[in-house]
Design a binder for this molecule. Structure first.
Ligand code: OOB
Length: 561
């Protein structure tokens, strides 16, 4: 038996928060309650003890079915195992697990012991994981075996080197597959006494800059959004939710997602992959009532359902969000997938909009919903003069503030100072970078984007980041990343590159170089275009942005010619 050692990690950093008067108001209104995530885990696993909480595969590929009581025990066991690796209350822990049942045990285990998960993706590589571990000063990195052929030991070494270069102590590697082979280790870890306003976890921002941004969330504001979402979506103990998107995304996590289902006592079914074959089989077998998809998946499921005519009769709601849903696809959802369409337009920084069950069809099909809370403040402003609000029906830039929208990113001043100043207004509104039209009903239609980001099948990629890695190559004189329209992905990444005179045009080599540099696979450009001259732009600090716009237009024109 090992005794949990006290972590040597620094305490969580302070971060920009709601003002004192607002906090008092949200508490008085009953929106914010004193419940912490540790309380949430203990309360729901007891309250719904006999209900089925989770159905899915474990990291060895075996089918698992846990009741809420089992889930509570698994969380306690995970806390104990994590403690035996030195993880202690308050520590930040980067979780990069696929959708296996252990994911839930680890996350709830961390909540239970008052540690702070950092929600990474299993597709992240040393560049991203190195940044998360550095910014968060993470005590541990949690991974599982090598289901996709990833050498996690090698990856951990690369992450550790990067973290150490920044003067931060590297994280301990926790491989869930290995801990399962050993004994439980450690002594029982008590349920932590956590305050609802403490930092509870860190989420990732879609990213508009080359540097990762971490989103700080606390129980009082986040659980409010979970409860409000669960209510809007009518979740209860009979809900069976199929989770096909990576569980760490805000959408499947809390809109209303896994946490919404656990709040209500329903069942979470974790799909090992998002294919229609797997999804349809699980829907029929588990009598799934709701699932959440990104538009490309909705499209793929619709065409597969037309061919195979699966039994989807239990499906009541099909949520689609994360990227703009095409009106034509939207019309096919209900007739083909059986469930009523619910459009979800949200962001990990806060604001989430839903179409409601009783909305007229036209709003459900053509808008991305309206804010979940009556206390969400939405401003649609003239992009060229943000002090001026546009009238309903006109396109404008979306700003938002409210009870579950953050006021600033997490990290030391070198990570956050500039980005907080540009992402938030002085009076605390988050600049979403989305262009929208507001309808008189309050519903929003997303019409475009005013941020340097590519939305590839719901995954957000900062153009700066790709460009930075390309420019680091000696033979690359200039590089601009653009998102090109793609019938399936929504957008795909095209890198426009100007090479040194005489250098050979080898797209495969450039892609491989980015991969070897340690960038997540979903950020590797889908295509490369080589130009000897970049179109001229007005000189000025926005020239790269303007260049991007020019190139996007030119390349999109070529595509439609
Ligand atoms: C969700 O969160 P993030 O943080 O990955 O990305 C947020 C951005 C939004 O600012 C917007 O640009 C885009 O993703 N987006 C949509 C959309 N939903 C998100 N654009 C058009 N239509 C939609 N329905 O993606 C997210 C978080 C919570 C719930 C749902 C999605």
């Amino acid at each position: 038996m090992t005794t949990p050692t006290r972590s040597t990690r620094s305490r969580a950093l302070p971060y920009p928060r709601h003002g004192e008067a607002e906090r008092r108001r949200f508490r008085e209104l009953g929106l914010w309650t004193p419940e912490s995530f540790a309380d949430f885990v203990v309360d729901r696993t007891r309250r719904y003890a006999a209900n089925t909480a989770v159905v899915g595969r474990d990291c060895h590929g075996a089918e698992v079915r846990w009741t809420y009581a089992d889930l509570g025990q698994q969380a306690a066991l995970a806390a104990r195992r994590l403690a035996s690796y030195g993880v202690a209350r308050g520590d930040r822990v980067v979780v990069a697990l696929p959708n296996v049942v252990e994911y839930l045990a680890v996350v709830l285990g961390l909540f239970r012991m008052g540690a702070v998960p950092v929600f990474a993706l299993p597709t992240h590589r040393e560049i991203e994981l190195g940044q998360f571990c550095t910014i968060a000063d993470a005590a541990a990195l949690v991974v599982v075996g090598d289901p996709d052929g990833t050498d996690h030991r090698g990856l951990h070494k690369l992450v550790s080197d990067r973290v150490a270069e920044q003067g931060v102590e590297p994280p301990v590697l926790v491989d869930v597959e290995e801990w399962e082979r050993g004994d439980a280790g450690g002594v029982a870890v008590e349920v932590a006494d956590v305050a609802a306003d403490e930092l509870a976890f860190l989420q990732l921002s879609g990213g508009t800059t080359g540097i990762s941004k971490l989103i700080p969330r606390a129980a009082e504001e986040y659980l409010y959004s979970v409860r409000a979402s669960a209510e809007i979506c009518g979740l209860d103990q009979d809900t069976v939710m199929l989770v096909v998107l990576p569980a760490s995304h805000n959408f499947p996590m809390s809109s209303p997602g896994i946490l919404g289902v656990l709040h209500a006592g329903g069942t979470v079914v974790l799909a090992p992959d998002p294919s229609p074959r797997t999804g349809f089989a699980l829907i029929a077998r588990e009598h799934v009532t709701v699932t959440a998809l990104v538009p490309p998946l909705a499209q793929a499921w619709i065409s597969a359902a037309r061919r195979r005519r699966p039994d989807l009769s239990s499906l009541r709601t099909v949520q689609v969000g994360g990227a703009k849903l095409n009106d034509v696809v939207a019309r096919d959802v209900e007739p083909v997938l059986h469930g009523r369409l619910q459009q979800v337009f949200g962001m990990a920084e806060g604001l989430v909009n839903y179409t409601r069950d009783d909305d007229p069809d036209e709003l459900v099909l053509t808008t991305q919903g309206r804010p979940m809370s009556a206390y969400d403040e939405v401003r649609v402003v003239d992009p060229d003069d943000p002090s001026r609000e546009v009238t309903d029906g006109q396109e404008g830039a979306l700003l938002t503030r409210g009870p579950y929208t953050i006021r600033g990113y997490y990290g030391g001043p070198s990570w956050t100072e500039a980005v907080n100043a540009s992402s938030f207004t002085e009076d605390g509104f988050y600049r979403t970078g989305d262009l929208v039209r507001r309808h008189p009903s309050g519903h929003l239609t997303v019409t475009g984007r005013d941020k340097d980001q590519i939305n590839r099948a719901g995954e957000k990629i900062a153009t700066d980041e790709i460009e930075g890695h390309l420019l680091a190559r000696r033979e690359v004189l200039d590089a601009v990343a653009v998102g090109l329209p793609d019938a399936y992905l929504g957008e795909r990444i095209c890198a426009v590159v100007r090479l040194e005179p005489g250098a050979e045009r080898r797209p495969e080599e450039l892609a491989e170089a980015l991969r070897t540099a340690g960038l997540a696979t979903y950020k590797i450009p889908d295509s490369f275009v080589f130009l000897d001259d970049f179109p001229a732009t007005h000189v000025g600090k926005n020239s790269r942005r303007e260049l991007r716009r020019l190139l996007t237009d030119q390349l999109a024109d070529q595509l439609t010619d």
